[in-house]
Write a protein that binds this ligand. Structure first.
Ligand code: PLP
Length: 413
């Protein structure tokens, strides 16, 4: 069991009051709260190890070292065997745009690129534009409207020998639906294509395993998993070496440097390592005798258990409210197929009005489409938007009770 008191004491923001009530952070899908150890590591890097890389002096060596540690830490988080398969960048969107241009150079007119309606626009539009520039044909995987999950029949029907790339999310940032990345990779590789996975929403909730999943590329974003604003790109090392990136001439030709455009945000990258250490510290396994990977396995098993309880409580409570329409998986026995993120509409109220009422009571949640436009368009929720509540392992059952009461108040007034 997670020790919630110990966990919450590490996040200074969780003790903030709003109108004399504790703030409740249910805006995790837009950015998690940050434990103090992460901010301290960023501070330490900025104050004590501030230099550019590859110089012949102490602080430069220290930055080389902290970057190396971060590549190793992220390879532990993603379960990649080679730390050089991990590139850092400003955020997922910028990395994806950058990478899509390089990948699109390998496509020819008539090739096919497949995107999905379950995705955030950051794993949709970069591929739409790259396909357009290459003269490639764009195909789209549909969702099952009844539970807002990816339609695997639709996926199968979009694949053929001309498919070059499939871009799909590991979990929806709007409705929480988790996709079967292993099975998708098997189908995609079956037609000789590659798979690019958006794990931004998945990363704080479940254990990623790029090697077991056999995805070719995967992206995630630090600020969603308790780290600073840093994007992460994984690619199979042989592909990251053979593809030709858009890069400056003096920049390294070797991986991962060839994919890391310009000077990196070294101090925040140090914060990514601290966040991964924080996640590993949630494990009860002995630090001296277990690897960080083993501790992360244990931590994520505990995170999943704790978050499943919260999301069940939230969904049960919302189901009792007659004016609420829930999107996504709601049955108890399919909770393992969803992240703890719920989207709903309230009859007669647009999502911004509901979010504002909750915000006035110190409850942070999102409204609108949160850039998941392919999905919200498919669901037909664009006009009013959907209220989104996202649980994190630091949330409590009491917070969910208070939130349900606030939603009930907003819907009945
Ligand atoms: C699922 C998903 N993908 C991609 C992104 C974009 O990430 P970034 O802000 O790092 O560009 C987000 C951000 O909300 C997201 O939730």
């Amino acid at each position: 069991m997670l020790d919630l008191d110990k966990i919450r004491s590490q996040f200074p923001s969780l003790s903030r009051l709003h109108n004399e009530q504790p703030m409740i952070y249910l805006d995790g899908p837009a950015g998690s709260q940050v434990p103090e150890c992460v901010a301290r590591r960023v501070y330490d890097a900025m104050i004590h190890h501030n230099a550019n890389r590859s110089g012949h002096f102490a602080t430069s060596h220290e930055v080389d070292q902290l970057m190396q540690e971060a590549h190793v830490a992220v390879s532990d988080l993603l379960q990649a065997h080679d730390p050089k398969s991990i590139a850092f960048g400003p955020n997922m969107t910028t990395l994806t745009f950058h990478f899509s241009r390089a990948l699109a150079r390998t496509w020819a007119p008539g090739d096919e690129v497949v995107v999905s309606r379950l995705d955030h626009d950051a794993n949709y539009t970069p591929w739409v534009l790259a396909a357009r520039d290459a003269g490639a044909i764009l195909r789209t995987i549909d969702i099952r409207r009844e539970d807002a999950t990816l339609c695997m029949d639709s996926l199968r029907s979009q694949l053929n020998s001309k498919t070059k790339l499939v871009a799909v999310t590991a979990a929806s940032n709007a409705v929480g639906s988790i996709t079967d990345v292993c099975e998708i990779a098997r189908l995609v590789h079956g037609v000789g294509a590659e798979l690019f996975v958006d794990a931004v929403h998945y990363a704080p909730h479940r254990r990623i395993n790029v090697e077991a999943w056999d995805c070719d590329y995967l992206v995630c974003s630090g600020y969603k998993f308790f780290a600073p604003h840093i994007g992460v790109l994984y690619g199979k090392p042989e592909r990251m070496q053979s593809l030709v990136p858009y890069k400056l001439r003096p920049a390294p030709d070797s991986i991962p440097g060839r994919w890391m455009t310009g000077t990196q945000n070294h101090s925040c990258v140090a914060g990514v390592t601290a966040a991964i250490d924080y996640l590993a510290s949630l494990s009860t396994l002995d630090v001296a005798s277990s690897s960080r990977r083993a501790r992360l396995d244990d931590s994520f098993a505990q995170i999943e258990r704790a978050e499943t309880e919260l999301i069940k409580q939230l969904i049960h409570g919302l189901k009792k409210l007659e004016s609420v329409t829930l999107y996504g998986i709601t049955d108890d026995d399919r909770m393992h197929k969803r992240a703890p993120t719920v989207a709903f509409q309230v009859r007669g109220l647009d999502s911004a009005t509901v979010a504002k009422k909750l915000g006035e009571q110190g409850i942070c949640c999102w409204h609108g489409n949160y850039y998941a436009v392919p999905l919200t368009t498919a669901l037909g929720t664009d006009t009013e938007g959907m209220v989104r509540i996202g649980c994190m392992h630091y949330n409590t059952s009491q917070e969910i009770d208070r939130t349900l009461a606030a939603i009930k108040g907003a819907t009945t007034r």
